[in-house]
Design a protein around this ligand. Structure first.
Ligand SMILES: NC(=O)c1ccc[n+]([C@@H]2O[C@H](COP(=O)([O-])OP(=O)(O)OC[C@H]3O[C@@H](n4cnc5c(N)ncnc54)[C@H](OP(=O)(O)O)[C@@H]3O)[C@@H](O)[C@H]2O)c1
Length: 293
């Protein structure tokens, strides 16, 4: 029997590894969102009989609605087995140089998109759960940035804290209809997101005065290099490792509400967020980020 999965962010990093792995399981039909035309030929080479690509810019509320309408038509009476909210945007900026547009875009992609897709597709998830022994599921790919704040990524932190809270709250609500809601917390993973984040920090201060640049550059040591190119790279997860863990969760009969899927995520989610007193947590972050304050 075909199981329909809606995957956002299947064109990059972790999402594209998830897509590749889902394609190896014949029961899945994957509806995947994309926003760049060049992506289509790649999907085509993977085989359109198992993938339905839907064009959507997830910063646009109308695109999210149109995507949901298309998903409803595709899944029909079978319902939707899984919604994997994986698309994500990141940014590093001192607040003084931050743009409102970036802040809003991050909230749209990282928080409002998963929120609205879940709401619009609730009926399709319910239909699946009511017709099958195994419940439908919503997997929200969050981040340990949703449990511990870091310097200079205020919008990313805010959006990931928001999705963590949303995800845990609707866990109770959707359970009443047999739908599992899961927060998946990856560790730092080698994907294009890392270089996009590091470069955004220096771009943000490019128009600052020399003294301001000096102030931030001293405190930006963490962003000076893409971590996937540095000595810590061997401790980071690959997108394939993250995807393997996500697929295992997807296939569980009764998944838990929350999974940290890498060692750094476990340390941050369990030890740093829950056990360390605030003063020690802030001190640890200052040292980690080489802050001279
Ligand atoms: N990498 C990490 O260290 C890490 C750690 C913890 C959590 N995460 C989370 O894991 C998820 C996947 O991240 P990743 O590392 O795989 O990032 P990535 O390589 O940058 O991929 C991000 C994906 O999101 C899509 N996307 C971004 N903005 C979009 C928009 N406006 N409309 C439609 N699609 C959009 C991208 O599409 P385009 O190809 O069109 O840009 C791409 O498919 C994110 O939620 C991220 O926050 C990542």
């Amino acid at each position: 029997m075909i199981k329909y999965v809606l995957l956002t962010g299947g064109s990059g990093g972790i999402g594209s590894s998830i897509l590749n792995k889902l394609l190896k399981e014949p029961m899945y039909h994957i509806i995947v969102t994309y926003r760049k035309d060049e992506q289509l030929s790649l999907f085509e080479s993977m085989g359109y009989n198992r993938i339905t690509p839907l064009r959507a810019d997830l910063t646009e509320a109308d695109d999210i609605k149109t995507t949901s309408e298309a998903v409803k038509r595709i899944v029909g009476k079978k319902g939707l087995y899984a919604l994997i909210n994986c698309a994500g945007l990141a940014d590093a900026t001192p607040l003084a140089y931050a743009s409102e547009k970036k802040a809003r875009d991050l909230m749209e992609v990282n928080y409002f998109t998963p929120m609205m897709l879940t709401k619009y597709l609730l009926n399709e998830l319910k239909v699946y759960s009511h017709k099958n022994d195994v419940g439908a599921r919503v997997l929200n790919v969050t981040s340990w940035a949703g449990v511990v704040a870091q310097p200079f990524i205020p919008f990313y932190n805010a959006s990931k804290f928001a999705i963590m809270g949303f995800s845990e709250s609707i866990y109770y609500d959707l359970k009443l209809d047999g739908i599992h809601v899961v927060s998946v917390i990856p560790g730092i993973t080698i994907t294009p997101l890392l270089s996009k984040t590091t470069s955004s920090a220096f771009e943000a201060i490019s128009t600052a005065s020399n003294s301001e640049k000096e102030k931030y550059e001293k405190n930006f040591s963490m962003f000076a290099n893409d971590p996937s190119q540095g000595p810590m790279a061997r401790f980071l997860s690959t997108s394939d490792q993250a995807a393997n863990r996500i697929i295992k969760i997807l296939d569980k009969k009764r998944p838990k509400a929350r999974y940290s899927i890498a060692n750094d995520a476990k340390v941050m989610d369990v030890f740093v967020a829950k056990l360390l007193p605030t003063r020690l947590r802030l001190g640890m972050m200052k040292r980690m980020y080489g802050l001279k304050t």
